[in-house]
Design a protein around this ligand. Structure first.
Ligand code: PLP
Length: 384
């Protein structure tokens, strides 16, 4: 008998939407030419690519009132985050202070650590047990040499939405640039580049049913940023390399599809989240929904089962046909406890027993009920 897989690991990647797949294939079949070529076919690709740029910016509130923001397409969120941190820091003639939160995705943390090795003074903002960053601590970290602060819009493991408006206000007071990683937030909450007031914002297509291998960095008009890659003039010299036209075009489609139905999508996800968390808590009252008291993304439920080994639970769920994770996909190959939950200062038994369920608009209430039922069978076997 063939077992149906229940896919609850959508913060790692989402299945590509049919309409996005169709656009991707048809654009590939079209055989768009190199948009840097001077001939007519090349110029046609360029026109299509530039149109796509404007569409993505427009969907995210960039480039309003002739503000002339820029958008640079990248290979995904990891590259966009690296570009923001390394590119902004490289634009300053002297090294200074760089502040990041303690719950950033590894693509921010590792980029910041590289910069620290290169002489930057790296400071990490403390996190509260609620999952939000400690704004008082952030305020105490600014000095005259502070150049950039990086705080994500919403966390990929807990879903906790960060107080980015306050972060931006503090940064503007100190004349400091702000980068935000919006990879998990886009489509799951309102994201408006102008309203947020950040200087750069990173995106990734494969978290919203777009293709893997494409993302973007939105860059506010006037934000100093230097290229990280060298060897060409594409994308205004900020990200050289032949642009893979079909990928941004499919990315734009996924964004359009998702954002056109954002309210309905969010409400569907909230219903699934509530059903899952209530189902689990009803079954296992000692379970802890991490960050429950904070505003959270609707697709993410980090649930801890104190006394249960998260790795064993994740594997038992896998055997039962349920895909979930023990943390960020970039770290989930290891059994190391989650740096995010450690930064929140949660008790050890909560950290040890925490797994992440992340849902998508393609999941159903019936799947949620099946997962709760599977947990009811598995948990008694794994509890100490
Ligand atoms: N930032 C966050 C918050 C993420 O969750 C991820 C992926 O999980 C990334 C960045 C990296 O994005 P990509 O997989 O497109 O490189």
């Amino acid at each position: 008998m063939c077992m149906e897989t229940i896919y609850f690991d959508n913060n790692a990647t989402t299945p590509i939407a049919d309409q996005v797949f169709e656009i991707l294939v048809s654009t590939l079949q079209l055989g768009l030419k190199n948009p840097a070529s001077q001939h007519g076919a090349g110029r046609q690709s360029r026109r299509q690519l530039e149109l796509t740029r404007r569409q993505v910016e427009g969907l995210l509130g960039g480039n309003q009132q002739g503000s002339d923001d820029a958008i640079v397409f990248t290979s995904g969120g990891t590259e966009a985050n690296n570009f923001a941190l390394q590119g902004i820091c490289a634009s300053f003639p002297q090294r200074g202070r760089l502040i990041i939160s303690g719950i950033e995705h590894p693509s921010v943390t590792a980029a910041a650590e590289m910069l620290e090795k290169d002489g930057w003074d790296l400071k990490v903002v403390n996190t509260l047990p609620s999952g939000k960053i400690n704004l008082g601590h952030l305020d105490s970290l600014f000095n005259d040499e502070t150049r950039l602060v990086s705080v994500m819009l919403a966390n990929n493991e807990t879903g906790v939405i960060q107080p980015i408006t306050d972060v931006v206000a503090q940064c503007k007071n100190h004349g400091v640039l702000v980068h935000t990683d919006a990879v998990q937030a886009v489509g799951k909450m309102s994201v408006d580049f102008q309203q947020l007031g950040v200087d750069t914002l990173s995106l990734s297509a494969h978290k919203i049913h777009g293709p893997v291998g494409v993302g973007a960095l939105l860059i506010k008009n006037g934000c100093p940023i230097a290229p990280v890659l060298h060897g060409g003039f594409q994308q205004n010299g900020l990200r050289p390399g032949t642009e893979a036209c079909p990928l941004p075009i499919a990315f734009s489609k996924s964004l359009e599809l998702y954002l056109n139905h954002q309210d309905a999508n969010v409400s569907l996800l909230l219903d699934l989240q509530l059903r899952l968390e209530n189902g689990v808590l009803g079954l296992f009252p000692a379970a802890v929904v991490v960050g429950q008291e904070s505003p959270r993304l609707p697709q993410t439920s980090c649930i801890s089962f104190p006394g249960v080994d998260r790795q064993a639970l994740m594997m038992a769920l896998d055997v039962a046909g349920v895909c979930c994770s023990t943390g960020s996909a970039c770290a989930s190959g290891s059994s190391e406890p989650s740096p995010v939950l450690i930064a929140m200062g949660l008790p050890e038994e909560v950290i040890e027993g925490a797994i992440r369920f992340s849902l998508s608009i393609f999941n159903t209430p019936a799947e949620v009920d099946s997962v709760v039922e599977i947990l009811a069978n598995i948990l008694p076997l794994l509890s100490e």
